[in-house]
Every structure is written in structure tokens, then in C-alpha cells.
Design a protein around this ligand. Structure first.
Ligand code: GRF
Length: 216
């Protein structure tokens, strides 16, 4: 089966991009990473992508007057590289409905909370302030509303006594690095179908049945 050609959009260190690139090295992975694009010229992730032999592009939003021309340039880079599917990985620009619609059901994002809880920024801080016992991350199809859209998969981790934002973020990030490649594998392997605002998954592995925190 032909591998799905994926473009990854980043703005920073790109550790999720790296997890996807590394997963895609497996011969049986159903997607290939055709392009990594950053809107920030000195994003750390670009160095890793280049060293890994992946094509990269920079589309600096500051060089454009407004979101639409910026997104047109982004779209042009993706299409030029033959990208069929987009993964947002720490991409810190809001996308307009016209870009989101152009990639409808062909663009996913990873967010460091169990959506629909804690969309937006400062997720770890807010989760700690609310005293939640279980936190995690979500991979979802992108819709015009920020951090919302059909959920492909989620990973949960416990919030531990004494956690600060950094500790919780690190635990969730490790989960992100497992979840994102797993979600892309399902989609690229044809195991998912978007049905309205929900994703139907076929033949997924059995989940770990229960996470209790505190354990009783
Ligand atoms: C991750 O926590 C991701 O969930 C969020 O932004 C962060 C990006 O980290 N959307 P990285 O650039 O992938 O290391």
C-alpha cells in the first residue's frame, strides 16, 4: 500500500515531530514524512528534521500582511511537496476556517490535555489548579474552533502529589510521543473513519483497562 504523505507544522522544539519522524522510519509504518514546515525560522525542530534528511521549509508569518496570505504560502509549500495529510505539532498559529476547511479531515493536532477539558494555553497549570487526578493528551482532527474536533485517541497519566507544571508537562509529553505516532498509524493505515464529530476506529489494540489515582 502506498504510504500517506504527511507534512508536519511546528513552531518550536518539535519533539512530537521527532516522534513522528522516528516512527515513520519503521518499514511497516503507513505514513512517510514528506515535509516539516515552521513559521519560526530558528525553531529547534528544524535542525533535527534537516539532520534526519527530511525536507524543511520556513514560512515566517511576520513576512505576511495577515493570516490569509500567510496560510496561502503555507498551503503552497504543502502542495508543492505532495503532502496529503497534515500533523500540527506545537504549531502556535491559529488557523482560519478557510485553511481548516481546505484540509478538512486531513489535518490532526496534539493537545496536552484530555479534551474537551482544558483547551487553549496553560493547560498544565490549570489542571493542577483544578486538582484533577488524571491528566493526559489528545489527538484530534482539526476544526475551526481551537483545540476541538473529532478525537482520534487519548493517553492518560496520573497527577502525582508534589507535581509542578514542569513535572506534569514532562509526564504528559512522554505520553504524547507514544500517542501521536499511534494515532497517525491508525489513520494512515485506514483504520479510522470520521462520522460526524466522532471518529470510529477499527481494529485498535485493547486499551489498558483502568487507571486509578489515588489507588485504593
Ligand atoms: C506539545 O505539548 C503539544 O501537545 C502542544 O505543544 C507542545 C509542543 O511540543 N500542542 P513539541 O514542539 O512537540 O516538543
Amino acid at each position: 500500500m502506498a504510504r500517506l504523505r504527511v507534512g508536519i507544522l511546528i513552531s518550536g522544539r518539535g519533539s512530537n515531530m521527532r516522534a513522528l519522524v522516528e516512527a515513520a522510519r519503521a518499514p511497516d509504518f503507513p505514513a512517510e514524512i514528506g515535509l516539516v514546515v515552521s513559521n519560526v525560522p530558528d525553531a529547534g525542530g528544524l535542525v533535527f528534521a534537516r539532520d534526519a534528511g527530511i525536507a524543511t521549509a520556513t514560512v515566517d508569518h511576520r513576512a505576511f500582511k495577515g493570516r490569509e496570505p500567510f496560510e496561502q504560502a503555507l498551503d503552497a509549500e504543502l502542495r508543492k511537496a505532495g503532502v496529503e495529510f497534515v500533523c500540527l505539532a506545537g504549531f502556535m498559529r491559529l488557523l482560519t476556517p478557510s485553511f481548516v476547511d481546505a484540509w478538512h479531515d486531513r489535518m490532526i493536532n496534539i493537545h496536552p490535555s484530555l479534551l474537551p477539558s482544558f483547551p487553549g494555553l496553560d493547560t498544565h497549570k490549570r489542571a493542577l489548579a483544578e486538582g484533577v487526578r488524571i491528566a493526559g493528551c489528545t489527538v484530534h482532527f482539526v476544526r475551526a474552533k481551537m483545540d476541538a474536533g473529532p478525537i482520534v485517541g487519548q493517553a492518560a497519566v496520573p497527577v502525582l502529589p508534589g507535581d509542578d507544571e514542569k513535572m506534569l508537562a514532562a509526564r504528559i509529553l512522554a505520553a504524547e510521543h507514544r500517542l501521536y505516532p499511534a494515532a497517525l498509524r491508525l489513520i494512515a493505515g485506514g483504520k479510522t473513519r470520521v462520522d460526524g464529530e466522532r471518529v470510529v476506529v477499527a481494529d485498535a489494540g485493547a486499551p489498558v483497562p483502568l487507571l486509578l489515582n489515588p489507588a485504593v
